[in-house]
Ligand binder design. Structure first.
Ligand SMILES: Nc1ncnc2c1ncn2[C@@H]1O[C@H](COP(=O)(O)OP(=O)(O)OP(=O)(O)O)[C@@H](O)[C@H]1O
Length: 345
């Protein structure tokens, strides 16, 4: 077995502001060429973590190692990190080419080599013909690509991206994230990516670090965090979740015939549930009333209101949208559709 030594390591990294703990003792190891997303709701400590790695925020505790070197107290420009800010932070008076070349000049890269590397970035990011423009003469998506180019051209050991697509409209955002993923894979860039958008994190990450209230709740591949969430928070933040608490497995606290193999907190994803018109029959079935249906293009969603008052979310084929609100329907699932949430027991 070969073990790859990680490129970036966070060891017990913490940051407090007075009595507020922005980040609590975080451990994370990012492998060479890996893209890890820091995902969580507003205020969970994603940006603070990224800024500690970049050197803009001083940790209260812990260490940061980059390629085995302790960089915890090193000034930002000596760290070998390339950062892309949410606001892009381009120099308004410099052209596209000059913006991209900036970091190379500062590092004393000879002019001919710098010109060559800038031209390569311009080509990779499809900015040809825009080299002499100023940032204000570019679209949001083009500005975003210049910001990425400026961070990548110095060939940093780790690329740090803070919600880089938040200023783009939905369609451009999807296209740009695919482009970024392609570039990141092609160039083998070790990347830490901050986002509060779970779909974005799922789409581009090798692994996702799910954060909540300054803590790392789970680290895993998109599939792992979706299929086997460690906590109730992860289950609800990644995708949609129907959660049931049961003391015996047979029934949930609100009286649903759950049919789980044992006690605990159980997750039932909406796409695991089937709806039909026949009456409920024992474990893994419950009758209710269709409350809302939504057609989503690739499928549909329905909310089933249960007698106990709970709203059960169901996802399935587009035909689900043909159900009439107010109609009775029975939800069905099987034992393997239920996933135990280990962190809640
Ligand atoms: N300079 C500061 N002074 C005081 N508190 C701060 C400071 N910076 C961050 N915090 C607090 O630390 C916590 C984490 O903030 P952080 O910006 O890291 O969260 P985030 O997950 O990046 O949120 P968002 O998605 O909204 O940017 C928040 O409670 C925030 O109010």
């Amino acid at each position: 077995m070969t073990t790859v030594s990680p490129e970036l390591v966070l060891e017990g990294l913490a940051r407090r502001y007075g009595s507020t703990t922005a980040v609590a003792r975080m451990d994370l190891a990012v492998k060479p060429g890996e893209l890890v997303a820091l995902l969580g709701p507003s205020g969970c400590g994603k940006t603070t973590t990224l800024r500690m790695v970049a050197g803009f925020v001083e940790p209260s505790e812990g260490r940061i190692l980059l390629r085995g070197r302790d960089i915890t107290t090193m000034p930002p420009h000596k760290r070998d990190t390339g950062m892309v800010f949410q606001s892009y932070a381009l120099f308004p008076h410099l052209t596209v080419a000059e913006n991209i070349a900036f970091g190379l000049q500062r590092r004393g890269v000879p002019k001919p080599e710098a010109a060559e590397r800038v031209a390569r970035m311009v080509a990779l990011l499809q900015l040809q013909g825009l080299e002499k423009r100023l940032p204000k003469q570019l679209s949001g998506g083009q500005q975003q690509r210049v910001a990425v180019g400026r961070a990548l051209v110095i060939n940093p050991a780790v690329v740090l991206l803070d919600e880089p697509f938040s200023n783009l409209d939905a369609l451009l955002r999807e296209g740009t994230r695919i482009e970024l993923r392609r570039l990141q894979t092609e160039l083998g860039l070790t990347t830490l990516f901050v986002t509060h958008d779970q779909a974005e994190a799922m789409a581009i990450s090798d692994r996702i670090a799910v954060m909540n209230k300054g803590r790392l709740e789970q680290l895993g591949t998109p599939r792992e965090v979706y299929d086997r969430p460690a906590t109730r928070f992860v289950a609800s933040f990644i995708g949609r979740a129907n959660l049931f608490v049961s003391t015996d497995g047979q029934h949930s606290e609100d009286g649903i015939a759950l049919g789980a193999p044992g006690p605990g907190t159980w997750l039932l994803r909406p796409e695991k549930i089937a709806l039909d018109a026949a009456p409920a029959a024992g474990p893994g079935s419950v009758a209710g009333t269709v409350e809302v249906v939504s057609f989503l293009g690739t499928g549909a969603q329905a909310v089933l209101r249960l007698p106990g008052g709970r709203a059960l979310l169901v996802e399935g084929p587009a035909a689900l949208a043909d159900l009439r609100p107010g109609a009775p329907a029975t939800a069905r699932w099987t034992r393997p559709d239920l996933t135990l949430i280990p962190g809640e027991n």
